[in-house]
Design a protein around this ligand. Structure first.
Ligand SMILES: Cc1cc2nc3c(=O)[nH]c(=O)nc-3n(C[C@H](O)[C@H](O)[C@H](O)COP(=O)(O)OP(=O)(O)OC[C@H]3O[C@@H](n4cnc5c(N)ncnc54)[C@H](O)[C@@H]3O)c2cc1C
Ligand code: SF4
Length: 461
């Protein structure tokens, strides 16, 4: 994958990976062994027909390859860029046993970009209008994919989004240097062409509630796809000091509100230029936050994680890119307290060294504190990236909507219907923080169930 030079890209927000050219893409496609069992397809959560699309790339039939992917995956330009392929499709590639697996993600991205640059997406024919109205709450990958499939089935679809821009994490979380906003905007414009209505700045649960949507607003079904955007904290002393951010707030300010262009954009972010910035965590969000700090010209960007690199849940490529950009990794370290000055401004973190003990319920080795190993780390800004809980607004506004003890919406596993008839839910608000492709897959499953529900002779409400 051609990339921007690390020494250049660490000072800009432009995309790091530049995309394959035709020659490189066809060469890569020729590496595919075209195995009869196609284990890669089982590795993809939505079953993209990988061997068929790669065969079309090999034959230089790129537009047909794009159509083949779109049969199962409506956001290929996005998943080709952000899917954790190394644990999904590429993990099952037979070549990977002895060599590098076929770069399925890079090829998927190549085909989607080629389609965009050569006439754009050919939209399928819409089915006859059904006269049924569906409300979708949330415009992340789950909401967008459900909206697309339902519109194709002839239903009238309105998407309600709390923020002023559409796209969910794709727009406010994942930075421009990994996923350019224009790619997400293109996909949303394709959905507009299907006749889908988008209403931004509407917080369902506050501005309008589900019973109103299903009542006076006249919707026949609702799909809740509000994601998991509620930040988790360490709950240690000093977490309220000035200079301690949640990753969500930091990334939203920079990505969505363009704080990196302040004062041209009227949105500040705490001064990072020439400062020591630490991010606590080991997932994609932590990597996105620390690489953003690098681009905001931090003098030192340190990722603090209580396990080691082997246990980091972040994508392998992001870890490699972060290393190339000069991020310092401080493993086996647990923060105990944030220390501030008399003005309440962060100055340091008191930390403890850890060792790895036996595996936890997920199979990851658990960190164990090393006695008498505390030390003070001087820090100007700290970003806490420990994952997120369910967005609670919709759940808290309707007592009939059943949730599990952690606040995630309970659904029937097959139909994704909630405890309220006609109301369905999917994506991170059901599963907890997962991946773009899993959220998209949930949106498509929900769309199938909603369509079936709306076409049943007596939809029960
Ligand atoms: C920083 C970051 C980096 C990530 N990187 C990757 C990656 O590289 N690869 C990958 O596969 N996954 C990644 N993920 C995870 C992935 O983005 C999510 O799993 C996915 O976006 C979930 O999709 P969703 O549609 O369920 O929810 P979201 O994308 O969270 O969208 C939910 C939407 O609902 C809106 N909403 C919430 N409450 C309301 C309300 N009451 N009324 C109206 N609207 C509401 C929100 O504003 C939001 O727009 C990352 C996540 C983060 C935070
Ligand atoms: S959607 Fe993701 S997992 Fe599936 S083939 Fe594409 S890159 Fe691989």
């Amino acid at each position: 994958m051609p990339q921007q030079d690390p020494l250049i890209r660490k000072y800009n927000f432009e995309e790091v990976n530049q995309g394959l050219l035709v020659e490189l893409a066809t060469l890569e496609a020729e590496r595919c062994l075209d195995c009869s069992s196609s284990p890669c397809i089982q590795g993809c959560p939505v079953g993209v027909k990988i061997s068929e699309f790669i065969d079309l790339v090999r034959k230089k039939e790129f537009l047909k390859a794009a159509q083949k992917i779109r049969e199962d995956n409506v956001l290929p330009a996005i998943t080709g860029r952000v899917c954790p392929q190394e644990i999904q499709c590429e993990a099952s590639c037979v070549l990977g046993k002895n060599f590098e697996p076929v770069a399925i993600g890079y090829l998927e991205r190549f085909v989607a970009d080629y389609e965009k640059n050569h006439g754009g997406v050919v939209l399928p024919q819409l089915e006859e209008p059904t006269g049924k109205k569906v409300a979708i709450i949330g415009s992340g990958p789950a909401g967008l994919s459900a909206a697309g499939d339902l519109a194709l089935k002839g239903h009238s679809v309105t998407v309600y989004e709390a923020l002023h821009e559409l796209g969910g994490v794709l727009i406010y979380g994942i930075p421009e240097f990994r996923l350019p906003k224009s790619i997400v905007e293109d996909e949303i414009n394709n959905l507009r062409r299907l006749g889908i209505q988008f209403e931004t700045d509407i917080v369902v649960g506050k501005t309008v509630c589900i019973s109103e949507l299903m009542g006076e607003e006249g919707f026949d079904a609702v799909f809740i796809a509000t994601g998991a955007g509620l930040p988790k904290f360490l709950n240690i002393p000093g977490e309220d000091l000035k200079g301690v951010y949640s990753a969500n707030e930091f990334l939203t300010r920079v990505n969505l509100l363009k704080a990196y262009l302040f004062p041209d954009y009227d949105e500040p972010v705490y001064e990072t230029e020439g400062k020591v910035v630490a991010v606590i965590g080991g997932g994609n969000t932590a990597l996105d936050a620390i690489r953003t700090a690098v681009r905001l010209k931090a003098s030192k960007s340190i990722l603090i994680y209580r396990r080691t690199m082997t246990e980091m849940p972040a994508r392998k490529e992001e870890i490699e890119h972060a290393e190339e950009e000069g991020v310092l990794f401080q493993f086996l370290t647990q923060p105990l307290e944030f220390l501030g000055d008399h003005n309440g401004v962060l100055k340091a973190i008191r930390c403890q060294r850890m060792s790895l003990g036996p595996p936890d319920s997920m199979g990851r080795k658990s960190p164990v504190p090393i006695p008498d190993s505390e030390f003070i780390q001087e820090i100007d800004l700290c970003i806490v990236a420990l994952g997120n809980g369910a967005n609670p607004m919709v759940q808290s506004s309707d007592s009939k909507l059943k949730v599990d003890p952690r606040g995630y919406i309970k659904v029937n596993e097959d139909s994704l219907q909630t405890s309220i008839p006609g109301v369905f839910a999917g994506g991170d608000v059901v599963t907890g923080g997962a991946t773009v492709i899993l959220a998209m897959g949930a949106g498509r499953r929900a769309a199938r169930s909603i369509d079936k529900y709306l076409r049943s002779p007596t939809p029960t409400r």
